[in-house]
Design a protein around this ligand. Structure first.
Ligand code: UDP
Length: 418
């Protein structure tokens, strides 16, 4: 069954409010529950891309609450999802530093948001929290809404990215309040298991599913098609193009790719993505770094793009250069679906996607020379590059299918109310 069929069958014949009686969908169970999805951001990060098709599959009996407005709302609405934004600037803008300095003044806003979320959650059978702040606010409100809480974990919970207090709060809520955690990778599940003392086997792993059909729609198999595609995107037609996809942030390691580029005289680097969560200084720093390295003419800053299949298929190789373990790495899977060889940093969820020399190449995180050698090797042996790319596509279609993802997620939601 393809994704649109699956989505149609999960929805009742007449779309409407979440209070509709739940008739049988594709998913077994006494009745299909209504679900409120809660996400803290309006930006399009990996967690939001993962929620998008799931919320769409549940439009007839689900709604989304966002804690900040942004492009994610429009994307959800385009997909027929009902969205409500409950934003409170004082709570949305809380960062690690502000929490330390200013927690007391934020308390009234936090309490207001917990109450507002609980009011919404009471209209549904299940509260599905998709980000960490959403989990904390949704779980703290459980005495008010008394609904099972499912947390879709998209992070590796460690000190690399989170404060001590934050980890402590997450640990206790995950252990005592959240009813079911579902992780996007074994790496994410194991980190939470170690933090909260929850046995890893109680955290099911449901990897993201990605729509392979979107990649089939872009023609780039022949040299002519690829040249036309590059022209359309404003990229050099004849250069060897290495693409790096994802938001601009220090831990995504775009600076590592620039260092590698400086050692690869005739390669061009295409950076697709924008600073989504305030990393503007890093983005500016990358331009400066390119100047200092003398590679400005060979770096293309494309900004945030909606048409990833086209941008990926225009590349010769796709890089992933994160210096911290990636919770999953959707861009790696997408690179494989695009039929391009992938060179990825060997840590975290990426190890559940790429097997070195089988469906891609792995380098150690931060290893500039490793990336240079891997690109040289692929250029020297185009036959190997083609074999890795072909295998990558096969493996990504098998392991990260949208149908399997939607089916497993909606079953997990159904189980939460039993
Ligand atoms: N993405 C996009 N346009 C961009 C940059 C990124 O659509 O310009 C998408 C990308 O296709 C992927 C997601 O953003 O689906 C990033 O997910 P990933 O798991 O790689 O990283 P995260 O944002 O979760 O750290």
């Amino acid at each position: 069954m393809n994704a649109p069929d699956l989505i149609r069958r999960f929805q009742p014949a007449k779309a409407g409010a979440a209070a509709l009686p739940a008739e049988a969908g594709v998913y077994d169970g006494p009745r299909t529950p209504t679900v409120l999805f809660l996400d803290q951001t309006g930006q399009m990060g990996g967690a939001e891309f993962a929620l998008l098709p799931l919320a769409e599959a549940c439009t007839a009996r689900g709604e989304v609450v966002l804690l900040a407005d942004g492009p994610f709302r429009a994307r959800l609405e385009e997909h027929g999802v009902y969205v409500k934004v409950l934003s409170d600037a004082r709570v949305s803008n809380l960062d690690r530093e502000a929490v330390r300095l200013n927690l007391l003044s934020a308390v009234p806003g936090i309490l207001r948001q917990i109450r507002a979320i609980a009011r919404e959650a009471r209209r549904f059978d299940v509260l599905f929290v998709n980000t960490q702040k959403a989990m904390v606010l949704g779980a703290l409100g459980k005495p008010l809404h008394r609904r099972p809480v499912i947390w879709f974990l998209h992070d590796i919970m460690s000190r690399a990215h989170f404060g001590r207090v934050q980890l402590l709060v997450v640990k206790w809520l995950a252990r005592y309040v959240v009813d079911q955690v579902v992780a996007n990778s074994r790496a994410s599940a194991e980190a939470l298991s170690a933090l909260a003392g929850i046995p890893a086997e109680r955290i099911p792993v449901i990897p993201n599913g990605i729509d392979a059909a979107a990649f089939h729609k872009v023609d780039a198999d022949t040299a002519d098609d690829r040249a036309a595609l590059r022209r359309r995107l404003g990229l050099p037609e004849d250069a060897y193009l290495a693409g790096l996809f994802g938001r601009l942030a220090p831990w995504k390691g775009q600076h590592i790719a620039l260092q590698a580029l400086a050692k690869l005289p005739d390669v061009h680097l295409v950076l697709v993505g924008a600073p989504l969560f305030g990393e503007h200084a890093y983005a500016d720093g990358l331009r400066l770094q390119a100047e200092e390295l003398g590679v400005t003419g060979r770096v293309h800053f494309a900004g945030f793009r909606d048409d990833m299949p086209a941008w990926m298929k225009a590349m010769d190789v796709i890089l992933h250069t994160s210096i911290d373990p990636e919770p999953l790495g959707r861009v790696v899977i997408e690179g494989m679906l695009a039929g391009r060889p992938v060179i990825a940093a060997a840590a975290g969820g990426v190890l559940e996607i790429v097997q070195d020399g089988h469906n891609g190449l792995l380098t150690q995180p931060g290893d500039v020379d490793g990336i240079v050698d891997a690109i040289d090797a692929l250029r020297l042996r185009p036959d190997v590059a083609r074999r890795l790319a072909r295998q990558g596509t096969i493996d990504a279609q098998r392991d990260f299918s949208l149908e399997t993802y939607l089916s497993r997620m909606t079953q997990a939601i159904a189980r939460a109310v039993r």
